[in-house]
Design a binder for this molecule. Sequence first.
Ligand code: URA
Length: 215
Amino acid sequence: MDNLFDAAQNGESREDRLAELSSQVAVCTRCDLAMGRTNTVFGTGDPNSPLMLVGEGPGENEDATGLPFVGRAGKLLDDILGAVELTRDQVYLTNIVKCRATLEDGGRLKNRPPKAGEIKACNPYLEAQINTVKPAIILCLGGPAAKTMIDKDFRITKDRGQWYEVHGAKVMATFHPAYVLRQRGDDLQNTKRLVWKDVQAVHAEYRKAMEERGA
Ligand code: URA
């Protein structure tokens, strides 16, 4: 596993490095999530983007397609990005775990949050993605991503919208789009307003990073 961190240095392109990591993930058996998956969901987008988005993990639609954020939460994520005139192709999008976590409920499989051991087992892949893409800005979507990336005691309602320095990147967390979709009435309006505010701040940093690159 250590060589996951090293190989990116030797002149390999980001695209090649990510393709290599993705094929390692595709056959990964580091935790039990491997047994229930249809597809691994590695990540998509621009490996040269200054902005990386990190979600929680694949759900049913993502497991079926192998692509991140393709269900209802993904549609909302596109709208959130669209509000600051970004598309998912302009950012790098991944999750803290690359396989769907499920539980059985009345004979049906339901999504569940990944367990600590599953997140830990998958973390070297996320770290390798970060070391390859080297984003200037990381936006964590939801509490589990923030706890993994920023601090184990992170509280999304209290600590979202603040900047932290991690892996040489400016890191912020906001509410997960699936959480936004579960809100109703005033809670929905308030949650949306906070997400919009966070995304504006992230976009300001994105523009700064692009200007620094002369883009
Ligand atoms: N929720 C996530 O956190 N990630 C996905 O890829 C889809 C839904």
